[in-house]
Write a protein that binds this ligand. Structure first.
Ligand SMILES: Nc1ncnc2c1ncn2[C@@H]1O[C@H](COP(=O)(O)OP(=O)(O)OP(=O)(O)O)[C@@H](O)[C@H]1O
Length: 298
């Protein structure tokens, strides 16, 4: 479990991360979303123990991450820019990872060789950007970390490679309860993978939610009346309402059975409850708390 409490990061006098409290349970695949400059990379670097918060605490299973060598052997961060020694080959880098990470797994390394099919003797700088990203995953996933922290991980990877990497990640979560954090600008890119989503805006959390809860908790109701009741859905948490003539569309947060039960008491001509995409849910949720989604995500 990762626990972040009262964490602030200032560069000079500028406050770029300001988080009250967030807990991420073991085995979660956590999508961290936000626009350019929202503070995602700074937050992930603090989580990885690379930079120190100006104030506050970040603990993994009750141990602070910063300057904690033993804990860092179980945590891998893949930054958005390739970081490794560009003039080394995959083989040489694997030797370095073997030294650095005691849980380095040879069977996994060989499996990745079959998946990525890159020449292990070639120097990394001679690979394309996407291939270099594959090398990062190859080494990271061979080290079998308990915590995998990924900054914009899928940029520059083609759809087939993305799918293969996602499969490996999901397998490690299922088999070893690995915890994964993934930052992205793009909800669609991570929604199939993540079971938790956090959205940060100007360094602060605006949403931190379980995706399954979100999907079962927000409903789109289309409903038509001869004469609609004046207090229609007044007692509910309505995130959004539109009407065209006698047809109304409500986005409502709450229990589906209670919403349907209420609808029956109002005798509509007809009604329909439609599924929402995750993106729609976020747009309405953010609207509900006073943010326009296009200011937060691009
Ligand atoms: N080393 C630094 N020195 C000064 N300011 C910094 C430093 N690193 C980040 N910042 C500032 O902190 C803010 C957050 O940057 P950060 O890289 O964390 O955002 P991000 O959400 O990852 O953005 P992007 O999606 O564009 O990568 C920005 O205003 C940035 O200019």
């Amino acid at each position: 479990m990762i626990n972040v409490r009262q964490v602030q990061k200032k560069f000079e006098k500028e406050l770029v991360v300001n988080i009250d409290e967030v807990t991420i349970e073991q085995g979660t695949i956590y999508g961290l979303l936000g626009s350019n400059g929202a503070g995602k990379t700074t937050f992930l670097k603090m989580l990885s123990g690379i930079i120190k918060p100006t104030s506050g605490t970040i603990v993994f299973e009750d141990e602070p991450i910063y300057e904690n060598k033993r804990l860092k052997e179980r945590v891998i961060f893949i930054p958005d820019q390739p970081f490794f020694f560009q003039h080394y080959s995959i083989k040489q880098l694997a030797d370095f990872y073997r030294e650095q990470y005691p849980s380095f797994n040879e069977a996994r390394f060989n499996e990745c060789e079959r998946i990525f099919k890159l020449d292990t003797k070639k120097k990394v700088h001679t690979f394309s950007k996407g291939m270099q990203r594959q090398v990062s995953f190859w080494l990271a996933l061979s080290a079998m970390p308990d915590y995998l922290i990924l900054d914009e991980p899928f940029d520059g990877l083609d759809a087939v490679v993305r799918k293969k990497i996602k499969n490996l990640i999901v397998r490690d979560v299922a088999e070893r309860n690995m915890t994964v954090l993934i930052s992205s600008h793009n909800l669609r890119e991570v929604e199939d993978l993540c079971n938790y989503i956090g959205i940060i805006h100007r360094g602060k959390y605006v949403i931190h939610r379980d995706i399954d809860d979100l999907k079962t908790d927000v409903h789109k109701v289309q409903i038509a009346y001869k004469t609609a009741p004046d207090d229609l859905f007044d007692a509910f948490n309505v995130l959004h309402h539109e009407s065209r003539g006698s047809v109304h569309m409500f986005i409502i947060k709450g229990d589906l059975d209670i919403i349907e039960g209420y609808i029956h008491t109002t005798s509509p001509i007809l009604y329909d409850i439609l599924p929402l995409t995750l993106e729609e849910i976020f747009v309405y949720e953010m609207e509900g708390i006073g943010y326009a989604m296009d200011h937060v995500l691009v």
